[in-house]
Design a protein around this ligand. Structure first.
Ligand code: S3P
Length: 171
């Protein structure tokens, strides 16, 4: 098993946080969730940060967090916010932290998982949720692929199975 950190990336709703927690339990190493860490640092929820400070401020916070994590000695798993790889500067920072694993999902399953989400400002808006997800995913997919060392598909798989698959592929 590689001793590198694991950085989970992917669109909102792909299950990065639950897969991160499952990997953490199985591997006995901590999982860090970038959204939660930024919420703690800022003393605000993601919705509040976006509304009061704006998205560029949040993106800066993500870059600061990545730079801070570079100094961390103990091995960890990072569940990265879905927009973290979008900033070009962040991609080499993420790669330097560990193996970047993309969790890939279909638009239909994302729409199902995100249908009741109220904490994702970037999927709010006009038109159908599926259309908004598709537009964003089309824009983002080339960037996610560029950022990823490894790609796993979550379709039809339980969290445990996905975590197991990631561990096998990292071996
Ligand atoms: C975002 C994804 C969210 C969160 C913020 C922006 C995005 O994280 O960072 O709402 O632009 O994709 P999750 O992927 O954990 O939902």
């Amino acid at each position: 098993m590689s001793e590198k950190n694991i950085v989970l990336i992917g669109f909102m709703g792909t299950g990065k946080s639950s897969v991160g927690r499952a990997l953490s339990r199985e591997m006995g190493i901590p999982v860090l969730d970038s959204d939660r860490l930024i919420e703690e640092l800022e003393g605000m929820t993601i919705n509040e940060i976006f509304a009061r400070k704006g998205q560029p401020y949040f993106r800066d916070a993500e870059t600061h967090l990545l730079k801070d994590l570079k100094g961390r000695k103990e091995r960890f798993i990072l569940s990265a916010g879905g927009g973290m790889p979008l900033r070009e500067e962040n991609r080499p920072l993420m790669r330097a932290l560990g193996t970047v694993v993309l969790i890939d999902s279909t638009v239909e399953s994302l729409a199902r998982r995100l249908s009741r989400a109220t904490d994702r400002p970037n999927i709010r808006g006009e038109g159908s949720l599926e259309d908004r997800i598709k537009t964003l995913l089309d824009e983002r997919m080339p960037i996610y692929l560029d950022a990823a060392d490894l790609i796993v598909k979550n379709e039809g798989k339980s969290v445990r199975r996905l975590a197991g698959e990631i561990r096998n592929r990292l071996n």
